[in-house]
Ligand binder design. Sequence first.
Ligand SMILES: CC(C)(COP(=O)(O)OP(=O)(O)OC[C@H]1O[C@@H](n2cnc3c(N)ncnc32)[C@H](O)[C@@H]1OP(=O)(O)O)[C@@H](O)C(=O)NCCC(=O)NCCS
Length: 142
Amino acid sequence: MKYKIAEMILNRYKELIEFWRSCEGLWVSDDDSYENLKIYFKRNPKSNFIVLHENKIIGTVKCSHDGRRGYIHHLGVKEEFRKQGIARELVEKCIECLRAQGINKFRVFVLDSNREALEFWEHMGFEEQIYDYRTFQKNVTT
Ligand SMILES: CC(C)(COP(=O)(O)OP(=O)(O)OC[C@H]1O[C@@H](n2cnc3c(N)ncnc32)[C@H](O)[C@@H]1OP(=O)(O)O)[C@@H](O)C(=O)NCCC(=O)NCCS
């Protein structure tokens, strides 16, 4: 099966959102608006990838860092293309990209209910961290 990995671009926004919505277990929210993604790409250029097969998106990953840790988001592979090493290639690409920027700790957020992804990340050598804290958030748009 032939595929190519390319940089994620805003021109494909509609297709990206549709792809993310089609990937069960992938968390899509208002954080993924066109405007937010534009800011995200500006802050984290060249570290977000799509996988193309016959010019259609069959996989994605985004990664960013805050100077201390790298964060891997929106990892997804279309169902019929799974178990062929695509996600591993994407994760390795993210790690390589952020390591070149001095980052060597990586964090992933996985929904409790997403058993497959929990097992996937463990298989990929990520260790589950159980913390005794909660996170708080404030929305200041209004
Ligand atoms: C999780 C997901 C991205 C894996 O994609 P994939 O392309 O099938 O994964 P790969 O083929 O690259 O697998 C890489 C390795 O993980 C293993 N693996 C894949 N899925 C696995 C699973 N559900 N449980 C355990 N191991 C798994 C593979 O066997 C492979 O092992 P190896 O490299 O040692 O031989 C894909 O199932 C998916 O898109 N799920 C829905 C979206 C989602 O939940 N994303 C994660 C959000 S946190």
